[in-house]
Design a protein around this ligand. Structure first.
Ligand SMILES: Cc1cc2nc3c(=O)[nH]c(=O)nc-3n(C[C@H](O)[C@H](O)[C@H](O)COP(=O)(O)OP(=O)(O)OC[C@H]3O[C@@H](n4cnc5c(N)ncnc54)[C@H](O)[C@@H]3O)c2cc1C
Length: 575
């Protein structure tokens, strides 16, 4: 079936919907999502969204900018970070006017709370900067933007999974999508496409991410010629529920929760004397693993305790309601009385599809745009998070850069004619699906996925070392070779998870390879990338972004580009 729009947005999380709200109305916009729109992972965001409103105590966008640059371990592009932090207050008031029900201060202003790495006066002490709606911040923003998109006449195609981009003469002109309920292929022709397809936490065994976070957009753009940037920087959030990875938001520590080791010691006081349990995530995750290695895990095992008991029932029930219920349901711990068992969990991709600050996908070091192709949100790398993202800055990124991508796409489609139509753009995908469905191989995608996830968890997570990375890349290559032998058991056309799992696995294997190659190349420790064989940051060799371009024959090809430094020169990062 064929469809025609001015702009196609893939992804109904906050980035996609913020762009849709910007351009809906006079532009024909379709939003495609492989899950029902409001089930996008953005809805799971708990803790908050950062902006220097100064509602609870003095704060300034410049302080927010500094914290983000320092948090990024000086790898974030400072021109883009300045846009992010300067635009943040506007983005929050806009949400307020659209109807987002934020928590309030006594005087009726938007309430704010502390979050990791956010400080006042350039690192002097934690500051309250996160705007929140209890622990359902993402949920309420997502619902509000969805409702606004419907009002603007945006067409939603829920449970449509895109398989490829339509590219003709180097210009992007739409997507090919698979309708989950029927197994039919659909072509969507458009003048511009925005990828807002979210993260890829499912590459790892333990993750806070949703089942849908399989990095499809990054992998599809990569194969279509868009480079991936800084993929080796994968964030592990310190407080996933032990063994499950389900997130206990940083808001728990923002409200005063503390981490304890088996001796009952608040160990973060030793590592980050100024901001302690509110140090950035990369640092706390490393410290937790150090404690576990030193035998101070709880009962000598590989987890620690997050203690909220001193906060009292009233604070826990009113400000941390969802996570209290997660702790009761999934950890069997009532946070009012018991500490919660936690360990680091794969949470966020700092890297992604290389873009500029207007959402244009860029293909080289000079910033040449890929005509008609845009990306925003977690699948994109602008780069505002550099080597480590601060809590509360991801939601902000989706809104600020989702909106900017919307504005830029509208400008682009007015200035550019429609791309040439390709004949039968869906043929390649139809052949691929048929190949998978008819394969007589003996492999199962579940088995390959489990091996990939275990390898990535074991060798490419918080700490990395050359031998381990080499073994990991060899393993991923082996899995890529086994991949074509996958046979699909389910021969049906209605919600064929077996088939979709195999397709998503192909994407994750591509991304896993790029993550490891980036990690091998970067012989230093910076932000979330910690090489035990190169424990220091090396600004002489590695104050650069790493990018990989797709090459079907030679494998991913690396190049680098400089980091934009405008106001804050790199310094040693201490908290
Ligand atoms: C548990 C959790 C808590 C978090 N808490 C916070 C927080 O408090 N503050 C903060 O700043 N950040 C938080 N984050 C991070 C933040 O929520 C995400 O980075 C952000 O919401 C990503 O938004 P997005 O719009 O880029 O993508 P998502 O919300 O992940 O949406 C991706 C969309 O792409 C669609 N999609 C993907 N592939 C395809 C395909 N092939 N075809 C069609 N559609 C496709 C999906 O259906 C979905 O609609 C949290 C993340 C998690 C996992």
């Amino acid at each position: 079936m064929k469809h025609e729009y001015d702009i196609v947005i893939v992804g109904a999380g906050l980035a996609g919907l913020r762009a849709a709200v910007e351009i809906g109305g006079d532009t024909r916009v379709a939003v495609l999502s492989k899950v029902f729109a409001t089930r996008s992972h953005s809805g799971a965001a708990q803790g908050g969204i950062g902006a220097a409103l100064g509602n609870e105590e003095e704060d300034h966008p410049e302080w927010h900018m500094f914290d983000t640059v320092k948090g990024s371990d000086y790898l974030g592009d400072q021109d883009a970070i300045e846009i992010l932090t300067e635009d943040a207050p506007r983005a929050i008031y806009e949400l307020e006017h659209l109807g987002v029900p934020f928590n309030r201060t006594r005087e009726g202003k938007i309430a704010q709370r502390a979050f990791g790495g956010h400080t006042r006066q350039f690192g002097a002490a934690p500051v309250k900067r996160a705007c929140y709606a209890a622990t359902r911040t993402g949920r309420v923003i997502l619902d509000t933007l969805w409702e606004q998109s419907l009002q603007k006449g945006v067409a939603f195609y829920d449970e449509y999974q895109i398989l490829s981009l339509i590219i003709r003469d180097g210009q992007c002109g739409g997507v090919v999508a698979y309708e989950l309920a029927t197994g039919k292929l659909h072509t969507f022709h458009s003048q511009a496409v925005l990828f807002a397809t979210g993260g890829a936490g499912k590459i790892y065994k333990t993750t806070s991410n949703a089942f849908a976070s399989t990095g499809d957009g990054m992998a599809i753009a990569f194969r279509a010629g868009a480079p991936l940037e800084d993929m080796e920087f994968v964030q592990f959030h310190p407080t996933g529920i032990y063994k499950l990875g389900i997130l206990i938001s940083e808001a728990a520590r923002g409200e005063g929760g503390i981490l304890l080791n088996n001796d009952g010691e608040r160990f973060m006081e030793r590592y980050a004397p100024v901001i302690k349990d509110l140090a950035p995530r990369d640092m706390i995750s490393r410290c937790m693993l150090e404690e576990i290695r030193a035998g101070r895990g709880i009962r000598g095992q590989d987890y620690l305790h997050l203690d909220l008991t001193h906060l009292g029932q009233a604070v826990i029930e009113s400000k941390l309601a969802e996570i209290a219920s997660f702790a009761r349901t999934y950890a069997g711990a009532d946070p009012v009385k018991d500490p919660i068992p936690v360990q680091p969990t794969c949470h966020y991709m700092m890297g992604g599809i290389a873009t500029d600050a207007d959402g244009r996908v860029v293909v080289d070091r000079a910033g040449t745009p890929f005509p008609g192709l845009y990306a925003a949100g977690e699948c994109a790398c602008v780069s505002v998070h550099g080597a480590n993202r601060l809590g509360c800055n991801a939601l902000l990124d989706t809104l600020v850069f989702g909106r900017r991508a919307g504005i830029e796409m509208q400008r682009y489609i007015r200035a550019t004619g429609s791309p040439h139509r390709s004949a039968e753009p869906e043929k390649k995908d139809a052949d691929r699906l048929r190949g998978l469905m008819e394969s007589k191989g003996r492999e199962r995608s579940g088995r390959i996925r489990a091996e990939m996830q275990a390898t990535m968890m074991d060798k490419v997570s918080v700490f990395r070392v050359q031998d381990g990375l080499r073994a990991a890349v060899a393993k991923i290559k082996e899995l890529q070779e086994r991949y074509p032998q996958i046979a699909i058991q389910d021969k049906g056309h209605c919600f064929n998870r077996d088939l979709l799992d195999a397709i998503e696995l192909g994407h994750m294997l591509d991304l896993a390879e790029v993550i490891i190659l980036g990690a091998l190349y970067r012989e230093e420790s910076r932000g979330a990338h910690s090489r035990e064989d190169f424990p220091a940051r090396d600004d002489t060799r590695f104050l650069v972004h790493t990018l990989f371009g797709y090459d079907a024959i030679r494998g991913p090809q690396i190049f680098t580009k400089p980091v934009k430094i405008t106001r804050f020169q790199p310094q040693e990062r201490k908290y």
